[in-house]
Write a protein that binds this ligand. Structure first.
Ligand SMILES: *Cc1c(COP(=O)(O)O)cnc(C)c1O
Length: 234
């Protein structure tokens, strides 16, 4: 199947209200053009330079009538973001899904104050059993959420997580159920408490291999690369 058929099928399969982020990292701009032509609008990238290069290339293209193309792409950042790379990323993205340290959160907030911009972010929650994966513990997330008003130029929109890389579905379910419980706990407190968290609505879980499971655990956004674009060439 080609890229556009897969996107159309995914859109039919995903419940309404669940967003599809097409993970285009390591794929050329042509893959994005093809997905865009099939109606895809949210694209996710994981490396600052690569994001910047693709945004630059696509946003400069015009239709024969002079109209700029690809202006309505919503770029999401999903990789590790170093604080010295913010200016390659923050001007162009509508969401940073991978905030994995308080230092990064503060830096995004500072950048927003200097550039008069509020950035939507997700807090990356470490749910996998692998030590290598990044992200906050549940308690670290509770602490940040408790001080959300300190970050006036950041809107904490929810949580992102990656399950353990395994074929054992029980492990994946256990990972997703923990992040769902944390998400529900925070959402429940968000309505009554500080309005700083009133937009806490997104639970970004589910990738090519496990998105169907993630849907059972309340995913509001799946991040799918390989299934749409094929294997990545690193
Ligand atoms: C690469 C990546 C994905 C997409 O993974 P696939 O298995 O190709 O669907 C999703 N989320 C994050 C954070 C990623 O880095």
């Amino acid at each position: 199947m080609n890229v556009s058929d897969i996107i159309l099928e995914l859109n039919e399969e995903l419940p309404s209200g669940v967003k599809l982020a097409a993970v285009s990292k390591f794929h050329p701009a042509d893959a994005i053009r093809e997905a865009y032509a099939a109606g895809q609008r949210i694209f996710a990238e994981s490396r600052p330079q690569e994001l910047f290069a693709k945004v630059s290339e696509l946003s400069e293209e015009s239709a024969p009538d002079g109209r700029k193309l690809y202006q309505d792409i919503e770029w999401h950042f999903i990789g590790h973001l170093q604080t010295n790379k913010l200016k390659l990323v923050l001007p162009y993205v509508s969401m940073v899904q991978s905030v994995d340290s308080e230092r990064l959160l503060r830096a995004i907030d500072m950048w927003g104050r200097e550039n008069r911009r509020v950035t939507d972010v997700l807090l990356e929650c470490h749910i996998a059993s692998e030590e290598t994966k990044q992200g906050f513990s549940a308690d670290e997330i509770r602490n940040i959420v408790a001080s959300a008003e300190d970050f006036a130029n950041v809107r904490i929109r929810g949580l992102m997580g990656m399950a353990t890389f395994t074929d054992d579905e029980r492990v994946i379910r256990s990972d997703f159920s923990r992040i769902q419980a944390l998400f529900n706990e925070i959402s429940a407190g968000a309505g009554s408490a500080a309005s700083a968290l009133k937009d806490f609505t997104e639970l970004s879980i589910g990738m090519s291999e496990d998105y169907r499971i993630a849907l059972e655990y309340g995913s509001t956004m799946v991040r799918i690369g390989t299934m749409i674009f094929g294997p990545r060439v690193y």
